[in-house]
Design a protein around this ligand. Structure first.
Ligand SMILES: NC(=O)c1ccc[n+]([C@@H]2O[C@H](COP(=O)([O-])OP(=O)(O)OC[C@H]3O[C@@H](n4cnc5c(N)ncnc54)[C@H](O)[C@@H]3O)[C@@H](O)[C@H]2O)c1
Length: 340
């Protein structure tokens, strides 16, 4: 049976719910004691931790939704958690809710769930791309309001065929989306910090361009890069001004990689023709300028919201918990900690 350094049974802190992978989680519960916080707010969580409730926990499993209990996993929170904590297993590909440098400074390793999310999030990207290009939001609303196509006919949409799709951030989701967009007859360009190997580029059928060219030549721009201090507001007023007038913007990454207020202005002026958005800068609040704009095709952060993908993500995150308990290593440590 897995045990901690002092020979006692391992303890796992469960932050959030297990929704689907119940039998894999039961197997964890047979290996380790599972501690669940009673707190429902950050202040109460910190107080509960300081009272010793999580003493001896070496691994934490956390969900995106557990942010409502703990807030950001930052230095303040880590200082309140017991020094026994060595691993944080995040259920999600994007881990901007976790301050990785603060974890690294305390010797805590962080994992995420790469690849498990690729198909579902890229599918959502394609759905938003088509919905925004085809200008579907007003007709969906008018039909539901019992007005068929509305009081005035909806504006004509655009076809994806022959359009340039620019992908900013060509990781797992970007590459998956590129392949799917190709089937719709789109020409794929991308900018990534590191250029893909030539054989991968050829397999996907995508051409690397610098970021200026990507902004200037894309008919549709899809944001697929992580949110971190380098990428926050990577797209704002200055970048919109460099784009083709009437561009379509798709964002399934994180709201704050784009300056949402600047997007609202660019939509108002017509510089941005339409937007398909899954993510927002201040979730769950959505800028009223997006909600009231009929050229915005909006969904509420539904990228991975399928039985199959949520199951895969939970299984993946749980496999990190299991490896941490059994072998003291993580299956998928986040890129920033790979060289440590
Ligand atoms: N909407 C959703 O439900 C949902 C689901 C999964 C992931 N996401 C978001 O999508 C993001 C991408 O996910 P992924 O699995 O493809 O990640 P990934 O790590 O596989 O790919 C991200 C890519 O972005 C590149 N990148 C990083 N900084 C860059 C920069 N400044 N300029 C250009 N490229 C840069 C990286 O080199 C990498 O290739 C995640 O970080 C997450 O925030 C959202």
């Amino acid at each position: 049976m897995a045990s901690s350094a002092n020979g006692s049974r391992s303890k796992v802190l469960l932050l959030g719910e297990i929704e689907l992978a119940h039998s894999s989680w039961s197997a964890i519960a047979s290996l380790a004691d599972v501690i669940t916080p009673a707190a429902t707010s950050r202040d109460a969580f910190i107080a509960e931790s300081l009272s010793g409730a999580f003493e001896g926990c070496s691994v934490a499993y956390r969900t995106f939704a557990s942010f409502s209990i703990t807030g950001k996993i930052d230095g303040e929170l880590l200082d309140a958690l017991p020094p026994s904590l060595r691993f944080i297993c995040h259920n999600g590909a994007g881990y901007d809710q976790v301050d990785v440098p603060a974890c690294t400074a305390r010797g805590i390793r962080v994992s995420n769930t790469p690849t498990a999310v690729d198909d579902a999030t890229a599918d959502m990207g394609i759905f938003l791309l088509l919905g925004a290009l085809r200008n579907l939001a007003p007709s969906i609303a008018s039909l539901r309001a019992g007005e068929w196509r509305g009081k005035t006919p909806p504006a004509l949409g655009h076809d994806p065929q022959g359009k340039v799709l620019g992908i900013l951030g060509m990781g797992g989701i970007g590459r998956n989306m590129a392949k799917k967009a190709k089937v719709f007859g789109m020409e794929i360009r991308y900018y990534n910090r590191t250029k893909l190997d030539a054989d991968v580029e050829q397999d996907i059928g995508a051409e690397w361009v610098d970021i200026e060219t990507l902004l200037k030549e894309s008919d549709v721009l899809s944001l697929n890069l992580p949110l971190n201090p380098n990428t926050r507001h990577i797209i704002s007023t200055k970048e919109f001004a460099k784009m083709k007038r009437g561009i379509t913007i798709v964002n399934t990454a994180r709201g704050a990689v784009m300056d949402e207020a600047a997007l609202v202005e660019a939509l108002k002026s017509g510089q941005v023709g339409s937007a398909g958005l899954d993510v927002y800068e201040f979730e769950p609040d959505v800028h009223p300028g997006l909600i009231e704009n009929p050229r915005c095709f909006l969904v509420p952060h539904m990228g991975t919201h399928t039985v199959e993908t949520e199951t895969k993500m939970e299984e993946w995150a749980i496999s990190n918990v299991r490896m941490a308990i059994e072998s003291g290593v993580l299956r998928s440590v986040v890129p920033e900690q790979r060289s440590l």
